[in-house]
Design a protein around this ligand. Structure first.
Ligand SMILES: [Zn+2]
Length: 182
């Protein structure tokens, strides 16, 4: 496995709509290796999610996981999950605003509105169908990662930039609860 270099905001790969992965390619060794490397890279940078464009691969693959965070044990948990070709449908118009960060926009945080409940349709890493309803923090991480696959980042979703904060200033002036970076 390998730790991959993370693309930062400004790299065009982050602004491209990623290519869907054909079903028959999911179980190929090179796709599986890529997924393993994405998981390792997410762990290395202590992210709660990572999308393939963030490691310079324009394909519709994302990994997410939120196990007990050493600094913030109260954070909700998300078991390790691999999604390919995800489609999200909001279950209502209801949104919630909370802090987000992104490994591709290092050392910043901003308050970002997200739908509180979404339906996910995707493939898993064995090519199995995934269909589930996600709420709150899980729904937020899914929207953040799926946005990456559509060339969007969280700052595009902010209502304004009044809360956009460098991490050090955020720690001093805003910090209530770190929700991690995806
Ligand atoms: Zn991100």
């Amino acid at each position: 496995m390998a730790i991959l270099k993370v693309a930062r905001l400004g790299h065009p790969v982050l602004r491209r709509v990623a290519d869907p992965v054909p079903l028959k390619e999911i179980i190929r060794p090179e796709t599986q290796r890529l997924i393993d490397d994405m998981v390792e890279t997410m762990h290395e940078y202590v992210g709660v999610g990572l999308a393939a464009p963030q490691i310079h691969v324009s394909r519709q693959i994302a990994v997410l996981e939120c196990e007990s965070h050493p600094r913030y044990p109260e954070m909700p948990r998300i078991p390790l999950m691999v999604i390919l070709n995800p489609v999200l449908t909001p279950l209502s118009e209801e949104t919630d605003a909370d802090w987000e960060g992104c490994l591709s926009i290092p050392d910043f945080r901003g308050v970002t509105p997200r739908y509180t409940a979404v339906r996910l349709e995707a493939y898993g890493r064995k090519g199995e169908r995934i269909e589930l309803v996600a709420k709150d923090f899980f729904a937020r991480v899914l929207q953040h990662e799926t946005d990456h696959l559509n060339g969007k980042v969280y700052v595009d979703r902010m209502r304004d930039f009044m809360t956009l904060s460098h991490l050090q200033e955020w720690s001093r002036h805003w910090r209530e609860q770190d929700r991690g970076a995806g």
